[in-house]
Design a binder for this molecule. Structure first.
Ligand SMILES: Nc1ncnc2c1ncn2[C@@H]1O[C@H](COP(=O)(O)OP(=O)(O)O)[C@@H](O)[C@H]1O
Ligand SMILES: [Mg+2]
Length: 227
């Protein structure tokens, strides 16, 4: 059974493309058959695939862009993959709406910033409309690009609290602001694919935690538990 995951929001720059790419790399490295669909006319992920082609030894991910409707594309490739990850644009467009209606999960990516939190009523409306057609859609929020200073923990907790009030189930996993996300994206890699001298183990752990929690239901606090 394939799973369709839309990574979206109604704001740009929150880290949707970066998150979608890193999830795709992580799942593919674990042996899953993965498609990554770029639904954003800004083409961030399409360009990432172009960079990626320059490296021969990276894990295989199939890339798609819609030529007609996003719905037709998702339906046609669903039987071919274990996971289909859709990188949606940062606004309420037709592609994102069609993807929401045809998805199993929606991952909302937000920064712990007022500007992103202020967009929640609009996301609520977009998702509410989509769920009239797709009532089984599972929704989670990833708080991304967090400041790792201990004094900033409250901002992250406050952002989670607001997301909870909308029923957008914030993940226990949070992703910090780390340069390796930017550096890896620039040359078509995920953080799990960086050469040894450029690796960032904390970023790698965050990506693994995200996939474990979102897709396999294993929260960071459950890891290491034996009973
Ligand atoms: N956790 C992070 N730490 C550092 N930089 C990040 C992180 N997440 C995303 N970025 C960077 O922020 C910028 C915007 O991210 P992007 O994924 O393109 O956003 P969106 O798709 O939501 O518009 C990119 O340069 C990306 O590499
Ligand atoms: Mg993007």
């Amino acid at each position: 059974m394939s799973e369709v995951i839309v990574v979206g929001s109604v704001k740009g720059g929150t880290g949707k493309s970066c998150t979608a790419q890193n999830m795709a790399v992580c799942l593919a490295m674990r042996g899953h058959n993965v498609a990554l669909v770029d639904l954003d006319p800004q083409k961030t992920t399409e360009e990432w695939f172009v960079e990626r082609r320059a490296h021969l030894n990276l894990v295989k991910i199939s890339g798609y862009i819609p030529t007609g409707s996003a719905e037709d594309l998702i339906k046609s490739i669903r039987p071919l993959y274990d996971f289909i990850i859709c990188d949606a644009g940062g606004y309420d467009g037709a592609y994102q709406r069609e993807a929401i209606i045809n998805a199993d999960r929606f991952l909302l990516v937000l920064r712990p910033k007022r500007r992103d939190l202020k967009a929640l009523p609009m996301i609520d409306e977009v998702l509410g409309r989509g769920m009239q057609y797709n009532p089984d859609l599972k929704i989670n929020t990833l708080i991304n690009q967090c400041n790792p200073l201990p004094t900033q923990v409250k901002r992250i907790l406050d952002a989670k609290y607001v997301c909870e009030s909308y029923d957008f189930s914030p993940l226990q996993t949070v992703v910090m602001h780390r340069n390796v996300f930017d550096d890896s994206e620039e040359n078509g890699r995920g953080v799990l694919e960086m050469p040894d001298d450029c690796r960032d183990l904390k970023a790698e752990a965050e990506v693994n935690d995200l996939v474990d929690e979102l897709i396999f239901g294993i929260r960071p606090s459950d890891k290491g538990k034996v009973a």
